[in-house]
Design a protein around this ligand. Sequence first.
Ligand code: 5GP
Length: 115
Amino acid sequence: MKNNHLIFKKIIKKEIPAKIIYEDKLITAFEDIKPKAPVHILIIPNIFIETSNEINKKNKYIFSHMFYIAIKIAKKKKISQDGYKIILNCNKNGGQEINYLHIHLLGGKKLKALY
Ligand code: 5GP
């Protein structure tokens, strides 16, 4: 996998610009630079976790918080009634491009089913 996790680290530190729409002690949420839907937001932990394979007993509270906030954002963006997708890509077969754990919140249009 590419060594590109610094991009997301710099977004958290506000060293490179991003449309941050939510942040707290644990996580940061910002708009995807190449949106695949009218709403396309990435939610990431503030501490560096490379992939979902690094989720463990100690840090799983951050992971659940990422999903909790993704759903809160979906409600705030008024896409929850029509529906949305939350996607997590892991490593090469999962299509993970940025090696910093993130989930995608997508909505605002009818999204294709994967299966
Ligand atoms: P992945 O394929 O790793 O699950 O998704 C990575 C996502 O990060 C892609 O949707 C891509 O558009 C987004 N992305 C990559 N670089 C940047 C950036 O510099 N800023 C923002 N806001 N999003 C980025």
